[in-house]
Structure formats: C-alpha cells, structure tokens
Design a protein around this ligand. Structure first.
Ligand SMILES: C[S@@+](CC[C@H](N)C(=O)[O-])C[C@H]1O[C@@H](n2cnc3c(N)ncnc32)[C@H](O)[C@@H]1O
Length: 312
C-alpha cells in the first residue's frame, strides 16, 4: 500500500458527465494530478478514443506512467502549451477539454513541496519542481512593492504592505528560506485574525499562485482550448479560487454572446459574428455529502460550455 498522500477527485462524475464523452473522441485532461478524472474518462472512452493528459508536476506524470493504456498520452508541460503540444502530437481538433485547477492533495501534503505552513520545509511551492524559481529565490530579490502587489492581487491580503516590509526586514538578517520562517513573519505582521483561518493562509496562497503563474496559465489556455474544440465539444473547468472562477466566468460569458456593439451602429444582428460557445447549465458545486467526505471540495465551482458551429 502506498503511504503517499492521496488526492480525492472533486466533482468526479459531474465533470465526466459534463464532457458528454463520445467513445471515439479525443479528450484533453489539462490537470492530470493523480489521474482521478483521467481514469474515469478512459473508462468512458471506447477502443478508438484518445486521452491526452497534461501535468507540469513530474510526480504526477510518474503516477500516470503506471497506467498501462495505449489510449493515454501523458505530457509533462504546463497546459498553456496546449496548442503547441497538440501540434507536436498531430492532433488538430479535440472533443473535450477538462481543467481541474489548483493544487493536488499530494502537493499540499508533502512537506518538501513547501506549499503549506503546517510543516517546516524549504520554501519552494513550484508545481514543476524541474524548472523555475522557488518562492525563497524570488523573495530574496523582490522589492517591497513587488511583494506587496503579489500578496494583494493574488491573496487579497489587507496587510500586504506590512507583510512585505516585514519580509524585507527579516531578509537583512539572512534569507527567508523556510515555510516556518515565512509563517512566523506573516503571523507577526497581520494585525487581525480571520476566524478559522491561519494568518498566513492568504500569503501562502498568493505566493503559490504567483510563482506558478496560475492565473496567466488559465488565461492562456481558455482561448486555445476553444479554438481547438470541435463543434459540440465541451470545455469544463473546475476552479477553487474566486480569482480563477472570475476568469472562467467572464471568458465563457464573453464567448457565449454576440459582440457588444454601441446600439447606434448600423449593423444587423444577423451580420454579427456568432458566439463560439454556448453555456451548458449553471455553475455546479459539490453536494453537501461530497464536501463532508472531502472538505477540500468545499470551494469548488465547475463551469461548462459547448463549442458551437461558429468559425473562429
Ligand atoms: C486539482 S489537481 C488535479 C487532480 C486530478 N483531476 C485528479 O483527479 O487526480 C491539479 C493538478 O494540475 C496540475 N496543474 C495545475 N496547473 C497546471 C498547469 N498550468 N499546467 C499543467 N498542470 C497544472 C497540478 O500540478 C496538479 O497536479
């Protein structure tokens, strides 16, 4: 039995149902994680179906390699390189794209990933441990203004400036290199407590979102996914953070209505470009039973849209 932290897949059947899988279709799981959604997609596909699964975390790809299924192609890359990777694989259009955003439980629960203040570990926080800067490396050189901006923009942290100044002051006595050091600095700088939340929650989340460019990644893949979907193909996105959900919601809304032109322009509605997406249902949230069984599901929101016949 594996002692590795498990990931409990969120909205498992809902997400797979949302993709309305065609047995011979080509699907993309942009966030393989521990393969919960991917395995269910494979189970729904027929022998001619295909699944291309991305993850930027080498340990997720390693787990994926244990799945002996010739219909599965694993790609170790950020999903923002979706279009390039599909080109390399010779795949021009796909029948569905699923994104289950954020981090997996192993990423949060393995102390050495440095994503959690619950353990003392090097301050890393990268999803892709094979490349890029760690949070400790970034904090060593970032200005107070840059740190403030990250904490405010990605963590909605009221005490962003006070925390950034405290980090800069702590740096003069040596690097801020561990999760424990950062948590203690933040705890002292945050003046009011939010009930039920560790004072460093917002800062850790902000730094993780920033160092992994999570919002930029999402903004990049959404238009590429729509461009590659076949008519009738589905895009399903599960978000765990209001900033992510806002990007998804606005994108799907803007792509599902005709361009908003000033009313005086002499353009007939019939001449306007047709929207490329049609919304499918309302935002879906996990049931009470799912949240009771898996508290990490509580902030999940899934939005689904279907590609129309309209040209890109
Ligand atoms: C919430 S987990 C996915 C869990 C998965 N659906 C399952 O059931 O096991 C998110 C995964 O997506 C990966 N990920 C997040 N952002 C990514 C990105 N921009 N490109 C590629 N992988 C990403 C993370 O490394 C993590 O493994």
């Amino acid at each position: 039995m594996s002692l590795q932290p498990k990931h409990v897949t969120v909205l498992l059947s809902e997400a797979v149902d949302a993709l309305a899988i065609r047995p011979d279709g080509v699907y993309v799981d942009g966030t393989f994680g521990r393969g919960g959604h991917s395995r269910a997609i494979l189970a729904a596909l027929g022998p001619e179906g295909r699944l291309i699964a991305f993850d930027r975390d080498p340990s997720a790809i390693e787990v994926g390699r244990e799945i002996a299924d010739s219909r599965l192609t694993l790609v170790h890359a950020p999903f923002s390189s979706f279009a390039e990777e599909l080109d390399d694989l010779g795949v021009s259009r796909v029948d569905g794209v699923l994104l289950d955003l954020g981090v997996s439980s192993p990423q949060l629960d393995e102390p050495e990933r440095g994503m959690s203040f619950r353990f003392d570990a090097p301050l890393d926080m990268r999803m892709d441990t094979s490349r890029g800067q760690t949070v400790a490396q970034w904090l060593a050189d970032a200005s107070v203004a840059q740190i403030t901006e990250v904490l405010r923009d990605y963590g909605e942290e009221r005490f962003a400036y006070a925390i950034a100044k405290a980090i800069a002051a702590a740096r003069t006595g040596g690097a801020v290199a561990t999760t424990r050091q950062l948590a203690e600095i933040v705890e002292k700088a945050v003046r009011t407590r939010e009930p039920g939340q560790h004072p460093a929650t917002r800062s850790f989340q902000a730094l993780r979102i920033f160092i992994n460019q999570e919002l930029e990644e999402l903004s990049l893949i959404l238009p590429d996914a729509v461009a590659r979907l076949k008519p009738g193909g589905r895009l399903a996105v599960i978000s765990f953070h209001s900033l992510e959900d806002r990007i998804v919601k606005r994108f799907m809304r803007d792509e599902s209505r005709p361009p908003q032109l000033p009313s005086r322009l002499p353009v007939r509605a019939a001449d306007l470009p047709k929207p490329r997406l049609a919304l499918v249902g309302k935002a879906a949230r996990p049931s009470e039973a799912e949240v009771a069984a898996n508290p990490r599901a509580r902030s999940a929101v899934m939005r689904v849209a279907e590609r129309t016949e309209a040209q890109a």
